[in-house]
Write a protein that binds this ligand. Structure first.
Ligand SMILES: CC(C)(COP(=O)(O)OP(=O)(O)OC[C@H]1O[C@@H](n2cnc3c(N)ncnc32)[C@H](O)[C@@H]1OP(=O)(O)O)[C@@H](O)C(=O)NCCC(=O)NCCS
Length: 199
């Protein structure tokens, strides 16, 4: 997980030493979670291993449906703010940053090494440091029965509609209409699935 040094824009009124201590404890817990998650998620996709992985995410507050398949090498952090429906398939190397909330509808297929990133670093208008500017979390929703190809980037704030297809290697910067096929960087509509059926 990407640690954002300034998650809050509110000034912190606590004494500096107390903030440092709390910050260190927080970082320790984050890295501990990541280390356990990374080891567990190297397990193969036998049903019992998928059950262990889903249970671990539920302990972190995620809502995980039934029969979700986690290929080895999936990375999910911080895992709260995550909802995954039944029969979702997360292929090898899928990475999900859930800080801004991520919802994945039932029967959705996420291809190899796709990254779902629900948070951006804030970019100040002036020349202020990005390091100090905080983060901008925004929800990502992938509706039911979608197929996201391999090596895609799904950026914060987008909704991918029901039954939509995202072609391999695409960068999705804007929401995708239901039952459309999009591709490229930035992803544009290639066709609509119902066009052929109506011809
Ligand atoms: C999108 C895809 C499903 C093909 O869909 P399709 O409707 O049959 O599309 P076509 O092959 O007829 O191509 C239609 C247009 O989209 C373009 N296109 C196809 N795949 C593309 C891609 N990945 N990125 C950008 N454009 C793409 C084609 O070049 C074509 O453009 P043109 O009309 O200018 O010639 C397929 O190309 C793809 O990306 N599959 C993902 C494979 C994958 O990730 N597998 C992992 C399994 S989880």
């Amino acid at each position: 997980m990407n640690i954002c040094p300034a998650d809050s824009t509110e000034p912190d009124s606590r004494p500096k030493t107390q903030c440092c201590l709390l910050g260190s404890i927080h970082r320790f817990l984050v890295v501990t979670y990541e280390s356990i998650m990374q080891c567990l998620f190297l397990l193969p996709r036998y049903p019992v291993c998928n059950w262990i992985k889903a249970s671990f995410l539920r302990l972190r507050g995620a809502k995980i449906g039934r029969r979700v398949i986690f290929y080895p090498g999936v990375w999910i952090a911080p895992a709260n703010n995550l909802v995954i429906g039944d029969d979702v398939d997360l292929a090898l190397g899928v990475l999900i940053v859930t800080t801004g909330n991520v919802t994945i509808g039932p029967r959705t297929l996420i291809g190899y090494r796709t990254q779902i990133l629900s948070q951006n670093h804030a970019i100040p208008d002036s020349r202020e440091r990005i390091f100090d500017a905080g983060c901008r979390p925004e929800p990502i929703v992938i509706e039911q029965d979608a197929w996201i190809g391999a090596n895609c980037l799904i950026l914060a704030g987008v909704t991918i509609g029901e039954g939509a297809v995202v072609a391999g290697g695409s960068v999705v910067t804007k929401s995708v209409e239901p039952f459309s096929v999009v591709g490229g960087s930035p992803a544009k509509v290639i066709r609509r699935r119902d066009e052929l059926a109506s011809n």
